[in-house]
Design a protein around this ligand. Structure first.
Ligand code: 5AD
Ligand code: SF4
Length: 474
């Protein structure tokens, strides 16, 4: 497969930052600080992209609001993975007619995976005049230029060039948290699972250079971040497109060598190429969390083949066994799709059986959603939504039972957790995460946010653990 890679030069990014300063000068003449709102749908990659949009907006002098009636600029960063999220976007964009009536100069931008589909940008153009600006994931790096064009010309801008493979370094980023950071290590996907729209909207796989990633990780650690999640649609194929001989395990080792007390996480791992080398690296690198998100999607070999997943249930179960040999305390999470076209009762039972064998700590379950332009959308599907819902409910029930049992097993144990926020569950006031990413509610001094503490787990339910701080300085 041809590798498409278009590196955006430092000069091009500096030009965008120059435009940010120009915008700042034009808008600073107004009587109050301009406000922007960035609304994000979908995965962590989108969260990371929104942090870059906010980074640019901050350089332009914008402050942030959650109130669409106050915002001078609204950016809606969309997801195309399932139809439900798309419908919510249409609903929310449509509702902006009211805010714009009150604030005629408001600029509305819609970006992200959804608009990279031709039929979506055409619909926004035709039926949503409230939208001033549309740009796909490959155009994010030139958001300042696009915004300035809208401001200067008062004309609508549609930038959804299908040319793919963009890699842009040095975009300013305004991160959501002071404790946890997303770090994209690669973009795009080459796998073409038959149900999935991602490869069509995010383009082919391309990896950032290891030195850029390590430098960013080092900066994050110096700034005090304690939890760094390496992001990619399939991190296990990191480096395959680079000239330098480097793979994902090598990258983990290089990040692990950065001095400091922090955790390395990553997502997502595709089971077709999760190897013992990776499990061994995870076990050997003391900063690497013993957690793997390994989406199985289905427990039926017929369905896995129809999904183009390139592994069997036997291979998957073998990997889980091997991973647990390297890390007996490994936390395993997964994604499962229920109701893939033609999935029979027996095939669904095979998924349930696999779930009972693996015993996932947590699962993300989805009902299959046909995506226009993907091969699965054309496959015959005799089953009704109601039949799929019955399977879905059974799967969720099984997943919840297992999670509750696993959580119960934590009771009475002492664990190291990272305190990451405030809990709304009185009497608990803090939230934290175990190394495996399990949520623990705690009572303690809010100044602990951002620190690792030792906790004693006192109780649990299906979704969370509850504990007491034992020793604040580990
Ligand atoms: N329908 C339902 N779920 C999907 N996913 C991806 N595409 C679809 C679809 N068309 C799920 C997969 C993937 C997760 C991010 O979203 O389980 O791992
Ligand atoms: Fe979609 Fe499959 Fe790529 Fe994941 S690996 S983004 S499910 S095509």
């Amino acid at each position: 497969m041809a590798i498409e890679r278009r590196e955006i030069s430092d000069e091009q990014i500096q030009r965008q930052e120059g435009i940010c300063r120009e915008i700042q000068q034009t808008i600073s003449a107004s009587h109050r600080p301009p406000l922007a709102m960035v609304d994000t749908y979908g995965c962590q990659q989108n969260e990371a992209d929104s942090e870059k949009i906010r980074g640019y907006l901050e350089e332009m002098g914008y402050q942030f609001t959650e109130d669409e009636y106050q915002a001078d600029v609204i950016v809606i960063n969309t997801c195309a993975v399932r139809e439900h999220a798309e419908q919510r976007v249409y609903g929310n964009v449509g509702a902006l007619v009211h805010t714009k009536k009150k604030k005629p100069d408001q600029i509305v931008a819609v970006c992200g995976c959804m608009v990279q589909q031709e039929h979506v940008s055409a619909k926004l153009k035709k039926s949503y005049p409230v939208v001033d600006m549309v740009f796909g994931p490959h155009e994010l790096w030139r958001f300042p230029e696009l915004l300035q064009t809208v401001m200067q010309t008062k004309k609508r801008v549609f930038a959804t060039d299908p040319s793919q493979g963009v890699i842009a370094e040095g975009i300013p980023q305004q991160r959501d948290s002071r404790t946890k950071a997303w770090l994209s290590i690669m973009y795009g996907c080459n796998n073409f699972c038959t149900y999935c729209i991602v490869p069509y909207v995010r383009g082919r796989e391309r990896s950032r250079k290891p030195e850029d990633i390590v430098a960013e990780a080092r900066r994050l650690v110096e700034e005090g971040y304690k939890d760094i999640t390496l992001l990619g649609q399939n991190v296990n194929s990191y480096g395959k497109d680079l000239e330098e001989e480097v793979d994902f395990s090598d990258l983990i080792r290089r990040i692990n060598d950065i001095p400091g007390d922090f955790l390395i996480r990553f997502m997502t791992s595709h089971p077709k190429d999760a190897t013992d080398k990776l499990f061994e690296t995870m076990a050997e690198c003391e900063k690497c969390a013993h957690h793997i998100h390994l989406p199985v999607q289905s427990g039926s070999n017929r369905v896995l083949k129809a999904m183009n997943r390139n592994y069997t249930r036997e291979k998957y179960l073998g990997q889980v066994e091997s991973a647990r040999r390297f890390m007996p305390d490994l936390v395993i999470t997964t994604d499962i799709i229920v109701g893939f076209p033609g999935e029979t009762e027996e095939e669904f039972e095979e998924t349930l059986d696999l779930v009972r064998k693996v015993r996932y700590d947590a699962m993300f379950t989805f009902i299959y959603s046909p995506r226009e332009g993907t091969p699965a959308a054309k496959m015959p599907d005799p089953y009704t939504r109601e039949e799929k819902q019955v399977h879905f409910d059974r799967l969720v029930e099984t997943a919840n039972e297992i999670s509750a049992e696993i959580h119960h097993g934590y009771e009475g144990k002492d664990l190291r957790v990272l305190v990451d926020g405030q809990s709304g569950r009185a009497p608990y006031n803090l939230t934290s995460r175990t190394e495996g990413g399990r949520l623990v509610h705690l009572q303690g001094d809010p100044s602990l946010i951002g620190s690792f503490v030792n906790v004693h787990i006192t109780s649990s339910n299906t979704w969370a653990l509850f504990g007491e701080v034992r020793n604040e300085t580990i």
